[in-house]
Design a protein around this ligand. Structure first.
Ligand code: GUN
Length: 281
């Protein structure tokens, strides 16, 4: 049976380091590290994510500036708020929770955030730097996955890595990080042919497609490292991932559970990135 990655323990260990760095920043600069979080509308999942992000900031001593705007807020109003946050010396990172309501052009809003305060790593400059393997801000979920691999002694160099999912938030930056770490990377998506065969060739399989228990044991190579970014509900409404954990765990050498795997690392990496953004300011 696979060794199970303890994302919670890893996140807690990292938060200890982050707390220290936050304290040092305060001593050296005489002010707090600040993260602004903007939520528009009533998307239930977004409300939970944002609440957790704000709570995590408090736990490590980062000052959060939280804005919950009504669904009908205009694009101009959101942009005006973002511009204010960009100008504030007390705000080191700005996070606009996605998705935004349909009448808002997300890219138009996100483009107002300068690369140095783009703690999501969403802007073209940060993505471009990642593609060119230069110092940058990387989206927190894939960054957290890389930290996990490192902590568990997995060096992607020369390994075959398959990323299932091609989203801008997870799949694409994940593929670039693995490539930058010298893995041979394949990105699969809904149009990929022979998916089972491609996945079964992976030494490292990262899954981020949002489909409950989609990855079955026949899609996994004996001894593979399996990272599950999914956060789904099974047929009984129970929280589960994109991987059929119960069956895949007997084949993998290392696997993340859901919950308790990638999830706790994601928010921790946001805190980590905010500290880095503040230190560079
Ligand atoms: N919505 C779902 N995941 C994310 C994320 O990582 N950042 C932002 N800003 N919105 C999201």
């Amino acid at each position: 049976m696979a060794q199970i990655i303890d994302g919670k323990a890893l996140a807690e260990e990292l938060r200890g380091e982050i707390r220290e760095r936050v304290e040092n920043f305060k001593k050296e600069r005489g002010k707090d590290i600040g993260l602004a979080v903007v939520l528009v509308g009533e998307n239930q999942a977004s409300k939970v994510y944002v609440r957790n992000k704000i709570k995590a900031c408090e736990e490590v001593g980062i000052k959060s500036f939280s804005y919950h705007l009504p669904e009908e807020t205009s694009e101009e109003q959101i942009i005006s708020l973002v511009d204010e946050l960009v100008a504030s010396e007390n705000v080191h990172g700005i996070l606009v929770q996605l998705p935004l309501p349909k009448h808002i052009d997300e890219q138009k809003v996100l483009r107002r955030i300068p690369p140095a305060k783009d703690v999501d790593g969403f802007c073209a400059e940060n993505v471009g730097n990642l593609a060119m393997n230069r110092e940058t801000i990387v989206a927190c979920t894939p960054y957290g996955v890389m930290k996990m691999l490192e902590k568990y002694g997995i060096d992607p160099k020369g390994k075959t890595a398959v990323v299932l999912g091609r989203s801008n938030i997870v799949g694409k930056p994940m593929a670039m990080l693995l490539l930058n770490a010298d893995a041979t990377v394949t990105v699969c998506h809904s149009k990929t042919k022979n998916l089972q065969q491609v996945c079964a060739g992976a030494d490292i399989l990262v899954v981020a497609i949002g489909k409950a228990k989609f990855v079955t044991a026949d899609m996994v190579k004996e001894g593979a490292v399996v990272i599950d970014v999914g956060m789904d509900r099974d047929e009984n409404g129970k929280l589960c991932g994109d991987v059929d954990f119960e069956h895949v765990k007997d084949k993998a050498s290392l696997i993340t559970p859901v919950p308790g795997g990638v999830g706790p690392m994601t928010i921790t990496m946001l805190l980590y990135i905010t500290v880095i953004a503040a230190s560079r300011s």
